[in-house]
Design a protein around this ligand. Structure first.
Ligand code: ZN
Length: 322
């Protein structure tokens, strides 16, 4: 018996080595073409999907796709929520959509004015999609689109090739707007901006799912930028509490619930504003105000150390103007 087993085992080993070599050769052959950012839509409700982007910086490896995306499949077509940062990453998003549904992307919604929300628009518009955003995003997109692209070119090199800032073709005007596609209702809530001036909530009442865009950050600290406004940001958050969604797809971080969003986004903004209001009222200088902010509850969030000082200074300046 042993005499027969031994050669068989040797053959298996030889075959394994041969296949391993073949596998390596195949991998080497495919590797350049296979270098593509992984976009992966996971179901969050019936016909509703989310791609959870990386939480770090824009890199060659993630092709600027460091934010979350949404997909809603209706019988009359698919709706993409945010189009990614580049033409090339938009192609990867489209390929990920095709793995979920054969429906064409009829609408693309841009939830805000930051690059990874809309610089992939050109690809989808060329495919026949209508691009939708809130009118409050227009000036911001026009102002910053070119700068975004320059920064992406610096970070991504040739991976940013083909990207052109393509503005939406349909601007939503009101505080509350409603659209319907294939029987699926999309409600839009704009309360004066948040992380960017055009930040809009996309609420699916039949699905009990909210795509918050950059109104909600979890797992990583939110960014208060020069174009952010914390007062309307909290007013927008009030609207989320009124809607009480079962599922929140945040702008950044894992799919979450209201309690987590309250703790990691609302409570931080409230504490920051309260602290800076008191500092401004008492005539405290900015650097003292920044140093005395009690940041402890949010220090565990990713990027907290880097973002805290800038957030605090911009909140101080905003409170000074109010
Ligand atoms: Zn963002």
């Amino acid at each position: 018996m042993t005499v027969r087993i031994l050669p068989a085992r040797q053959e298996v080993m030889q075959a394994a080595r041969r296949y391993a070599f073949l596998g390596l050769a195949l991998f080497a052959l495919l590797a350049p073409a296979a270098h593509a950012v992984p976009v992966n839509f996971q179901p969050v409700a019936d016909g509703v999907y989310a791609h959870i982007g990386e939480m770090g910086a824009r890199t060659v490896a993630n092709e600027g796709l460091n934010a979350n995306l949404g997909l809603v499949v209706t019988p009359a077509g698919a709706v993409l929520i945010d189009s990614g940062a580049t033409y090339r990453s938009a192609q990867q998003i489209a390929a990920a959509v095709r793995r979920i549904t054969a429906q064409p992307v009829r609408w693309v919604i841009n939830t805000g004015g930051q690059d990874h929300r809309w610089l992939g628009n050109g690809y989808f518009q060329a495919q026949g999609a209508e691009i939708i955003a809130h009118a409050a995003a227009e000036a911001d997109m026009r102002d910053r689109g070119g700068d975004h692209l320059a920064a992406l070119r610096a970070a991504l090199g040739p991976l940013a090739d083909g990207t052109v800032p393509v503005l939406p073709t349909r601007w939503l005007q009101g505080r509350d707007e409603r659209l319907e596609l294939g029987g699926v209702v999309f409600e839009f809530k704009h309360r004066g901006g948040a992380h960017t001036p055009g930040d809009v909530l996309v609420w699916l009442p039949q699905k009990n799912v909210l795509f918050s865009g950059d109104v909600v950050y979890v797992d990583r600290l939110l960014g208060v930028m020069p174009y952010s406004r914390t007062r309307p940001w909290l007013a927008t958050f009030d609207e989320i509490e009124r809607l009480a969604p079962a599922v929140i797809v945040p702008g950044h971080g894992q799919v979450t619930d209201l309690a987590t969003a309250q703790a990691q986004t609302r409570d931080y903004l409230r504490a920051l504003r309260a602290h800076m209001k008191q500092a401004v009222d008492e005539g405290l200088d900015m650097s003292t105000a920044i140093k005395t902010f009690h940041a402890q509850p949010w220090l565990g969030l990713l990027n907290a150390a880097e973002l805290m000082p800038g957030n605090a200074s911009r909140a101080y300046l905003e409170l000074e103007r109010e």
